[in-house]
Ligand binder design. Structure first.
Ligand code: DC
Length: 235
């Protein structure tokens, strides 16, 4: 039997990243950040002087993407004698971090993600993350295209204004300055591109549970997702 999968899809800023991490930790399952793969393809292609207008070249780069996701033990948690873990992404031998999360890389990722050949090139790589004891998959098309047979599917949404606010705060916390109006415009443009494209557009799977996170805390969303998992899986 294939390992269980929980898919969590939704637009950027819906709180997916944090929720997925916390839920995966609670369940003790693996995690797939599929957005990071599109960001890596965009970032790496640009570093290798490939034109973002050449779908064949980008798809070829995506098929041969040389990336490793490694968990490192970082701060010791004294009372439990455990270590908290941090995910490091290694692209072509170099650790990549904050450069993957910039607005510029996000916008470039949204362009390469609209290319059907690039999506096809990353299809099997994403499915390979499905391993025991289970997988929490974060993206836009996890429930519709990559894992249509997932037993539990969640779709997170939030208003564009709320998402722009969250993004603004996130950037500020990282010491990156942002402009709220520009962030809102970018979010609207990216939503439009992600939901209008013909290849795997952003939309909830028919059997997904939709949660609007605009007025919910992270803890409340995690609680709701875990309650849905309890019903859907035997966890
Ligand atoms: O979730 P994110 O912001 O890291 O995603 C970066 C871009 O990749 C975003 O524009 C949407 C796109 N993406 C996608 O098309 N399909 C996915 N499964 C994940 C992300």
């Amino acid at each position: 039997m294939l390992p269980p999968v929980l898919t969590i899809d939704g637009p950027s800023g819906s709180g997916k990243g944090t929720i997925v991490q916390l839920v995966a930790q609670k369940l003790g399952w693996h995690m797939l950040d599929s957005g990071a793969l599109y960001r890596l393809v965009a970032f790496g292609s640009q570093n290798n002087q490939l034109s973002l207008n050449n779908e064949d070249d980008i798809a070829d780069y995506a098929s041969n993407l040389d990336v490793e996701f490694k968990l490192f033990n970082v701060k010791p948690v004294a009372e439990k004698g455990q270590h908290s873990q941090e995910l490091r992404i290694i692209l072509e031998g170099n650790v990549v971090g904050v450069e993957l999360r910039t607005e510029a890389t996000g916008n470039a990722a949204s362009k390469v993600a609209a290319m059907p050949k690039v999506r096809q090139a990353l299809f099997q790589r994403q499915r390979d993350f499905r391993q025991n004891p289970g997988l929490v998959a974060d993206g836009r098309d996890m429930g519709t295209t990559i894992f249509p047979d997932a037993k539990v599917k969640v779709f997170l949404t939030a208003s564009a204004e709320e998402r722009a606010q969250r993004r603004y705060k996130q950037l500020k916390d990282k010491g990156i300055s942002g402009n709220l109006a520009a962030l809102l415009r970018d979010i609207n443009e990216r939503d439009e591109r992600d939901s209008q494209r013909s290849a795997s557009p952003l939309k909830p799977a028919e059997d997904a549970v939709i949660i609007d996170t605009s007025d919910l805390s992270i803890e409340q969303v995690v609680e709701q997702v875990l309650a849905i998992c309890k019903k859907g899986f035997d966890v």
